[in-house]
Write a protein of this length. Structure first.
Lengths: 148, 141
């Protein structure tokens, strides 16, 4: 094979981009590098606190599921979240996009201790799936950070 | 023919700009008609706040900035008098639009070759986000 073809093939492998954007719904946590779960829409979700609406867009060679989920997970880690829930995916010929909500588990220590350095506590496994509906908790009140 | 070409060159960018705008709509589902809400609106997902009253159904969609789509959604909630924008579902969609492309081309038989170009339409895939939810009202305790 000619060197020019090899060069072209190696360049084409890099022809893909993944971009992520978000809209904050509540105060983010401290960035971490713990694993982040991705839960597709329709799958059961443990009780959680939504932090942001996130969208990943993959173009070219990055227009596939692994790159989109990896983009969502990286954004969730930046926001100090434990999971991306209600993940939905749409795919075209050269563009693919995925959306979801970055959430913190309701029982995670970070949910209560939001503004302290102790947020980087050892990783706790996700809580069990919800059972029968429980009484509303104080966390259902409108968040105090939703200013005018 | 030349006039038609000029009209197309002017109208197509305008049309594509109009098609790219964020769109939103709402419909009241309650008999409670409230005035436009000028105060703070809380955006919520996954759960309703306690004691919330539903005022209407809201949808918004658009490409580009996620913040702009959410802002259009919130504006519809304000119009219904709500102070909580409840997002029920977020749907990503890939829409196919026609995009105008201008390309330089050789000007055969002309002395100056600087101004020769051709324009044509090419399909382009655009990622769009669609929000569906409700306008809620929560009275202060």
């Amino acid at each position: 094979m000619k060197p020019s073809l090899l060069l072209l093939a190696s360049l084409s492998l890099g022809c893909g981009t993944t971009s992520v954007q978000r809209h904050l719904l509540s105060a983010p946590g401290v960035p971490h590098s713990r694993p982040v779960r991705a839960i597709l829409e329709g799958d059961p979700t443990p009780p959680s606190l939504p932090v942001a609406l996130v969208q990943a867009i993959g173009r070219g060679l990055n227009a596939d599921l692994p790159h989109l989920v990896e983009g969502l997970r990286a954004e969730a880690q930046l926001l100090g979240c434990d999971a991306i829930v209600q993940v939905r995916i749409a795919r075209g010929a050269s563009v693919a996009t995925a959306t979801g909500f970055a959430v913190r588990w309701a029982s995670h220590p970070a949910a209560e201790v939001r503004a302290t350095p102790a947020i980087d506590a050892p990783w706790a496994p996700p809580p069990p799936l919800p059972g029968p509906p429980a009484a509303p908790t104080p966390s259902d009140a409108p968040p105090p950070w939703s200013g005018p | 023919m030349r006039a038609l070409r000029v009209l197309l060159l002017i109208a197509l960018p305008l049309c594509s700009a109009g098609c790219a705008a964020t769109r939103a709509s709402s419909i009241p589902t309650s008999s409670e008609l409230l005035p436009y809400h000028r105060g703070a609106v809380t955006v919520r997902a996954l759960s309703d706040p306690p004691g919330a009253r539903e005022l209407g159904a809201v949808e918004a969609s658009g490409e580009g900035s996620l913040d702009a789509v959410v802002e259009a959604f919130v504006e519809q909630v304000r119009g219904l008098g709500g102070n909580v924008a409840r997002i029920d579902s977020v749907t990503p969609v890939i829409e196919t639009r026609m995009r105008q492309v201008s390309q330089a081309m050789p000007c055969f038989g002309m002395r100056f070759q600087a101004g020769c170009s051709q324009s044509y339409l090419t399909p382009e895939e655009v990622p769009v986000v669609r929000l569906v939810g409700r306008a809620l009202r929560v009275d202060a305790p």
